[in-house]
Design a protein around this ligand. Sequence first.
Ligand code: NAP
Length: 250
Amino acid sequence: MTLSLEGRVAVVTGGSRGIGRAIALELARRGANVVVNYVSSSGAADEVVAEIEKLGRKGLAVQADVANVEQANHLIKTAADTLGQIDILVNNAGITRDMLIMMMSEEDWDAVIDTNLKGTFNCAKAAVRLMMRKRYGRIINITSISGQIGNAGQTNYSASKAGQIGFTKALAREVAGREITVNAIAAGYVDTDIWANVPAEAQAAFKDMIPLGRTGQPEDIAYAVAFLASDQAAYITGQTLAVDGGLAMY
Ligand SMILES: NC(=O)c1ccc[n+]([C@@H]2O[C@H](COP(=O)([O-])OP(=O)(O)OC[C@H]3O[C@@H](n4cnc5c(N)ncnc54)[C@H](OP(=O)(O)O)[C@@H]3O)[C@@H](O)[C@H]2O)c1
């Protein structure tokens, strides 16, 4: 199979639903054994694991709040202890708490930065330790167009997503000597639960701006992750790949 991930072990944070679920299944389809992290949806995570096992791969659901350093360490340790190694880390877990800045609470700011940005740091730090020893690794951070062009009502989310892009570049430089690549995918508008609280008019306005004329599906992001996770992407690091239907062009 081209872009095979046979024998690899992947950890997908927030793998129970939406984009993370599609990533976990695509990596398994390409041959990887996959750890499916979640914070509260144990039933959904178990379903993803069952689908991974139907594909003939090993799957494991691990509950951990990535914003919490002890829980993030537990996730990575459990993954390595159970499946033997970690080759691929996908920092996908993310939340929104949208509000104009005048009404945004400190709690809403902290929750988004802690989950999206600190969670990326927590998991990457724990995984890099293992990858350095193995002299191999693929870290893929799921960021957003909001971190590139900004979005009114999302100062917390845009800051967290822009932070992931800077983090990606800095870490890519730190670990390049150990054959570990670090890249980001800037997703556009993808049909998942994360849009549930966004007013219909705002959703329609976004859709109208997409050159390819449709919203993204979780699989659109998963295919790009599978490529960046593959051996064929060995010479790509520190990059942010936009998968957004052409919404942001640089
Ligand atoms: N959908 C889009 O249009 C879009 C666009 C750009 C970027 N993104 C990014 O893509 C990623 C996935 O988004 P999505 O749309 O698939 O979201 P989603 O459908 O709301 O799913 C979020 C996932 O993250 C998990 N999660 C949330 N907080 C967590 C925490 N503290 N620790 C561990 N897991 C946690 C959830 O677990 P539970 O199921 O247990 O709650 C769930 O699996 C996010 O980073 C998001 O910012 C999405």
